[in-house]
Design a protein around this ligand. Structure first.
Ligand SMILES: [Zn+2]
Length: 334
């Protein structure tokens, strides 16, 4: 996230709020940025810092990203911009005190100072009390940004002194982009962003050998569905169940099967850019022609129905066999 435009894409509400405050020069003394991992909180704090310190700021307060100040903020070397992170498991009183000492000196470059506390929920109670005193006597032109993924762990006394800004979960498209930035392949990023909006869970799924294999097996199951029912049931017995053992795993498998059927829908709607299982695009195009939108909708609801029944049903084998037979029934390509 380099600029306000990027922030407006990822967090439109945060963008409006921060940009307006900055334009009107009404930046609060303390903000609490709260929201899930990977929602752009830290990047927004860097952007705000640059919009306060940039030497070539445009009229619309867009930082240049290339002046001395911008570059030093990027590299963490600006004398008036500080970042505090937990030292080990917690943020300690010493760290807050060091910051206070630093702030008691005159600002080096300008009259302004800016600090960000990452994982503010990890402050020890002594650290929180020190910070509280600091927040109670707001210094002129000092801006504090507290960042947390767990707002419920922030002391109410601190919370009440901050303007709380909520960072919402990313849209699937934006979330997919952040997965691509983390080095996830395009196909996996498409599939995973359709399954979760939690970055940690997404990266965990991406690293699982089980999940990589699960995708291949579900594609194969989808392919045998278009052959005869005996073959499909045999595939379930011989290969499928040895990979999808626990209910949670079967649930994941059903998610993938649902996504494959959703791809068929995207083909029918001519929204091919939305297809997640790109590797079988040709087959999807072929199959989408052979099935009516109504039958397809019926199949998708069968899969969702199986997902619902899965958690209460103890006989997962029977559940899957029924689903396979139902999905084959009424298909014109059986
Ligand atoms: Zn600049």
């Amino acid at each position: 996230m380099e600029n306000w435009d990027d922030l407006s894409q990822v967090q439109p509400d945060v963008y409006k709020m921060l940009k307006n405050s900055r334009l009107k020069n009404r930046i609060a003394h303390a903000y609490l940025f709260e929201g899930g991992k990977g929602t752009g909180k830290r990047e927004a704090s860097v952007l705000l810092a640059k919009s306060l310190f940039c030497e070539n700021l445009s009229d619309t307060i867009i930082p240049c990203n290339s002046c001395h100040a911008c570059r030093r903020i990027d590299s963490g070397n600006h004398p008036d911009v500080h970042l505090l992170e937990p030292d080990g498991l917690s943020l300690k009183k010493d760290q807050i005190q060091e910051l206070q000492e630093e702030f008691s000196k005159k600002a080096v470059e300008s009259s302004r100072k800016f600090y960000t506390i990452v994982h503010a929920d990890k402050m020890t109670s002594q650290a929180a009390n020190s910070l509280l005193k600091f927040l109670e006597e707001p210094h002129q032109e000092t801006t504090a940004i507290l960042i947390t993924e767990q707002v419920q762990r922030i002391l109410p006394t601190i919370l009440s002194r901050c303007q709380v800004i909520n960072f919402k979960p990313l849209s699937p498209g934006n979330f997919k982009n952040s997965l691509l930035n983390e080095g996830v392949t395009p196909q996996s990023a498409s599939i995973i962003s359709s399954l979760t909006q939690n970055l940690e869970e997404a990266l965990e799924l991406n690293s699982q050998e089980w999940f990589a294999q699960a995708q291949k097996i579900m594609v194969k199951l989808y392919e045998v569905l278009s052959s005869n029912s005996m073959k499909a049931l045999l595939y379930l017995q011989e290969e499928w169940f040895s990979h999808f053992k626990e209910k949670e795993q079967i649930d994941r498998g059903l998610d993938l099967l649902y996504l494959i059927h959703k791809d068929l829908l995207y083909v029918q709607l001519d929204k091919r850019d939305q297809i997640v299982f790109k590797e079988i695009e040709k087959k999807l195009e072929h199959d989408a022609l052979l099935i009516s939108p109504k039958t397809l909708a019926g199949k998708m609801s069968m899969i969702l129905d199986s997902k619902k029944r899965l958690m209460s049903n103890t006989n997962t084998q029977l559940l899957m066999e029924q689903l396979v037979l139902n999905l084959q029934e009424g298909s014109s390509f059986v």
